[in-house]
Design a protein around this ligand. Sequence first.
Ligand code: GUN
Ligand code: ZN
Length: 448
Amino acid sequence: NRPRAKIAHVYRGTFMHSTQDTTLEIIEDALLGVDTVGKIAFIGKGSEQDKLSQTFRFSSSNVTQLKQHEFFMPGMVDTHIHAPQYSYTGTAMDLPLLQWLNTYTFPVESRFKDLKFAHRVYTEVVKRTLKNGTTTACYFATIHTDASLLLGKIANDFGQRAFVGKVCMDRNKSDYKETTQECQKETCRFIAELLNKKYPLVKPVVTPRFAPSCTGDLLGQLGAIARKNNLHIQSHISENVDEVKLVKELFPESKSYTDVYHKYNLLTDKTVMAHGCHLTDEELTLFSETGASLSHCPNSNISLCSGLLNVRNVLKHKVKLGLGTDVAGGYSASMLDAVRRTLDTSKVLTIQNPKHQALTFDEVFRLATLGGSQALFLDDQTGNFEVGKDFDALRVNVAPPGGPIDLILCDKPKIQLEKFLNLGDDRNIVEVFVAGRKVVPFMEPAAE
Ligand code: GUN
Ligand code: ZN
């Protein structure tokens, strides 16, 4: 019987979220209390405010009443985003993956040795994603340890929940790489220094770029580091057919692309692999058995003509799946775009095969919130409004002045959510909360 933390804030209005058993639960006139450590202390009926205020000891002056056409939804989880690539979002989408990496990506990422440039880009990407409702982001940085640490600091300063990966690659045509030993040493330094900062919401993630840019030696060492420190792992898999072919040539002893990562202990229940467009059913089964998850990045898959992931089939194999923007293979940093492209991709699969059952908007809402939390092994902490979880939430106003949504036939919460997901943007996201703290509108970080 631990004493309850005190209630810091109470919100009254419509809440929409997904649960273990539902894609969409709508709770109208709910009352939700957040305690002083940012956790959800209770969620009950607005009509029971008097009773709840006695049990949880808050006064009516603590209660914030949502306005008409407003609702709360869980913060969105971007399970795959390249922070340095934000600098060229919206350009350079005219080449397939392997040429795209050599022509555009590696030269730009090389510039992040310059901490001033890194500071500028990383500040903008954290602000942009937060404003667009990304409360948790799983970031790739670059091979540069100090710039990667800076990304961790900036996410912490703005109050975003984040995984940050110093990218490892010891195999590349250009100079944008390290030796195997440097990768190993710098990854250990990155982990130690980031953990040492004790940022409450920012964690290191072990990040082999992808099998083609890593030797087996490096993959093995990174698998061992992740296991020893019980860390998350992120990489790319089976995004593009030429890439899959290259992996077969580079790792002839492995049965499949998935098998390469499995062999080096890189598939765990804290692993998130981006794309997976061309995975076989056998490989999906290996994902399911190891508890590894997939990040579906539809904008990138279309922009780079990589492939179309069959999300229905992934879910059928009981593989955890979240959504990602994959900036800048994907040209939008907004998770709302990832929601829309996920729906589009699913509909294209139905056009190709009418037996394919397209995803519904509430299924995709779940993937963008609870699904992402599950994929990042965070669903004991975030993803919905269950009591005991952190309050990571968006206060959405469907009708801000001059906003993108017409209110015609827009009274019911479910319709409001559907219109927001399909038509909304950052103008509709009036407040963003991470672990109970209001992070949008921005708290500007303290001056250096
Ligand atoms: N595979 C290896 N690196 C990358 C990257 O930066 N972006 C994408 N989309 N795929 C990759
Ligand atoms: Zn990527």
